[in-house]
Design a binder for this molecule. Structure first.
Ligand SMILES: Cc1ncc(COP(=O)(O)O)c(C=O)c1O
Length: 380
């Protein structure tokens, strides 16, 4: 129930990867047949990734994951000899984007963080109003990893295009859950992570539209068209390619299955318990995301008690991911503190079943009632 954090590797993906650890371990830059075998695998994976998002293979740069893809997109568009430049992003981006922007700010560049409404949708008027002559990039995530809100990417792309500004989207959470086609979305750059889509950890890709001028952030032997040097992680990339193919092939069936479980889970929790709210947009949300807040209880307590029942979830309350900070996403939605403290993210996966949902609803009901019984707030 924590698939937005990571997913199990699909057995078909494992099968595809295994030969590249041992029999076919070549370096794709080598000229002999071992090298050629690796180069062929790399080319095949590039085609698989490109095909899944409607891109050309030359537009795919393999990276170590979503974080590196975001870094390359954002840091890459500011030329090293540039003067002060301006980037627009949103307040609810993943830290991979926010901390990259914070670094650029510390280097003297300007960043505008556009606010979102109570459902997590970006304010398009503010976004338009913040465009300047020296704006080089707009970076807005396709869907939020905590509350699942899906942004109006096509509209943002139109604004970016009209103003001749590059547009990057972090699609780490949307691939395999909603259609992701770079031309339909109108993006110039798009980040992908393998481990969120039943592929291995440590592999990802950045789509870079032909004609987009970016510079590398990692220098070396000029792999990946000079944009990402370093011997390629062939098994990981093969796994990413296979995972992307499976994700696009099964998108319709998997998304429908996840959405049915999501909707059933939400309505049954609402039927079972009072003082609950759904965070994020009610309909413009990922098919696998359920983000609920329970008044009078702490997210961590619910998380621990669910864990004891074998259910893994996450929380945006104070100790989120051991960081001791309340979620910047929930704070940006201007949720009351009570609701921030009692938040839980349940993120479903294709291998979950309705029986799993039954078990989660029953467990959650029992745990929340028990915690509320002990809470001085709920009795007052
Ligand atoms: C929206 C989003 N962007 C980027 C990342 C980072 O991806 P990776 O773990 O592959 O570096 C994540 C992972 O949690 C994410 O959810």
């Amino acid at each position: 129930m924590d698939h937005s954090a990571t997913t199990p590797v699909d057995p078909l993906v494992v099968d595809a990867m295994l030969p590249y650890f041992s029999e076919m371990f070549g370096n794709s830059s080598s000229l002999h047949s071992f090298g050629m075998e690796a180069a062929e695998a790399l080319a095949r994976a590039r085609e698989q990734v490109a095909e899944a998002i409607g891109a050309s293979p030359e537009e795919i740069i393999f990276t170590s994951g979503g974080t590196e893809s975001d870094n390359l997109a954002i840091r890459g568009v500011i030329p090293h000899d540039a003067g002060k430049k301006h980037i627009i992003t949103s307040v609810i981006e993943h830290p991979a984007v926010l901390n990259t922007c914070a670094f650029l700010e510390s280097m003297g560049h300007d960043i505008t963080y556009v606010p979102v409404d109570a459902d997590g949708i970006i304010d398009l008027q503010e976004l338009k109003g913040s465009i300047r002559d020296d704006t080089v990039l707009i970076s807005v995530m396709h869907a939020n990893n905590e509350v699942g809100t899906i942004q109006p990417i096509e509209e943002i792309a139109k604004i970016a295009k009209e103003n001749d500004i590059y547009f990057h989207t972090d699609a780490v959470q949307t691939v395999g859950k909603v259609p992701v086609n770079v031309d339909d979305l109108g993006v110039d750059m798009l980040s992908i992570s393998s481990h969120k889509i039943h592929g291995p950890k440590g592999a990802g890709a950045l789509y870079v539209r032909k004609g987009t001028v970016i510079e590398p952030i990692v220098f070396g032997g000029n792999h990946e068209r000079g944009l990402r040097s370093g011997t390629e992680n062939i098994p990981g990339i093969v796994g990413l390619g296979k995972a992307m193919s499976l994700a696009s092939e099964l998108l319709g069936t998997d998304a429908k299955h996840m959405q049915e479980m999501r909707d059933s889970l939400i309505s049954r929790v609402f039927d079972a318990l009072p003082d609950v709210r759904l965070n994020g947009h009610p309909t413009q949300r990922l098919p696998n995301n359920v983000n609920l807040s329970f008044k009078y209880v702490e997210g961590e307590s619910m998380l621990m008690m669910l864990d004891m029942k074998g259910i893994a979830v996450s929380t945006g309350s104070a100790c989120s991911s051991k960081s001791m900070n309340a979620s910047h996403v929930l704070t940006s939605l201007k949720l009351e503190d009570d609701y921030i403290h009692g938040s839980l993210r349940i993120s479903l996966g294709k291998e979950n079943t309705m029986e799993d949902v039954d078990y989660v609803v029953e467990s959650l009901k029992e745990i929340v009632l028990k915690l509320r019984e002990m809470s001085p707030l709920s009795n007052s």
